[in-house]
Write a protein that binds this ligand. Structure first.
Ligand code: ZN
Length: 277
């Protein structure tokens, strides 16, 4: 195992980290110029820079696309709306294929509006992923279920632990794995055993840090090294489970990092990756 994060080639930048201020093609250029090895776009960026073009640009510069964010959001109040969400996920699979992305990240969705039926929402998630799975397998796009911290169970993801995500993977079969995000899993007392259980089903590894205090549930994530997560220990567990991919920096930070020059943010990501990831 490396005893530090290593060269920027082992790093990937999730474009959310830069606050959606640059178009994707500019981000890909800036990432490649620093020797960073990967990039993970959001679908909203593909309107301006189509997936096939972005994928070709990344390939030409030697970058991996470590994931596309995001599919999911399966639970909905009506059958028609649930079908619409599944159709949208099929489009996301096609985009991930055009990008040559390593996976499509699934933020699975929370409670439908007005609902208190958490078990029902979780069943809709299982049904939704199953409905998309044939397309994903045919396109060779693995689906990465990202368990989110339980504070998001109502509005973003009712899959909240790695164990729960892996139970879904077990039920669904091939073509499904997990995205492990330090921010969402670091607190889990079963983390070590569940990472070992995940093994080669770890499709992506997202890093940032947990700030104390956290001032906003969504948009106050920390730069690696500024919070309380033992990122080196976590990376050792993730790599010990067999993950050999990149560490993808994903920071939502409306009041801090999104206000800084994206070039500066990228430089800090490279430096922190080297020292604390
Ligand atoms: Zn993530």
């Amino acid at each position: 195992m490396r005893d530090f994060g290593g060269p920027p080639a082992l790093l990937s930048i999730n474009t959310a980290t830069l606050g959606y201020r640059w178009p994707l093609d500019r981000i890909i250029d800036a990432v490649a110029r620093r020797g960073i090895g990967g990039v993970a776009p959001w679908r909203r960026e593909l309107d301006a820079v189509p997936a096939a073009r972005a994928g070709a640009q990344a390939r030409a510069l030697g970058l991996s696309v470590t994931g596309l964010c995001r599919g999911g959001m399966f639970p909905a109040a009506t059958a028609a709306e649930r079908r619409a969400r599944i159709d949208d996920n099929r489009r996301a699979v096609a985009e991930a294929h055009d990008l040559d992305a390593a996976c499509l990240v699934l933020v699975v969705g929370g409670l439908p509006e007005g609902s208190r039926d958490l078990a029902g929402a979780r069943a809709m998630v299982a049904d939704g992923i199953a409905a998309v799975l044939d397309d994903a397998r045919a396109a060779a796009v693995p689906l990465a279920i990202e368990p989110l911290h339980p504070m998001y169970a109502a509005d973003r993801a009712c899959v909240n632990t790695l164990a729960q995500a892996l139970d879904l993977c077990d039920a669904l079969g091939t073509g499904v794995g997990v995205a492990v995000d330090a921010y969402h899993v670091w607190w889990d007392p079963d983390l070590a055993s569940q990472l070992a259980r995940a093994g080669d089903r770890i499709l992506a590894y997202h890093v940032c840090d947990w700030l104390v205090p956290t001032r906003d549930l969504l948009l106050d994530r920390g730069m690696m090294g500024d919070g309380v997560i033992d990122l080196k220990a976590l990376r050792a567990l993730v790599e010990g489970a067999g993950y050999a991919g990149r560490s993808e920096v994903e920071i939502f930070s409306a009041e801090n990092w999104w206000k800084r020059d994206p070039d500066e943010v990228l430089d800090v990501c490279v430096a922190r990756h080297r020292t604390v990831v």
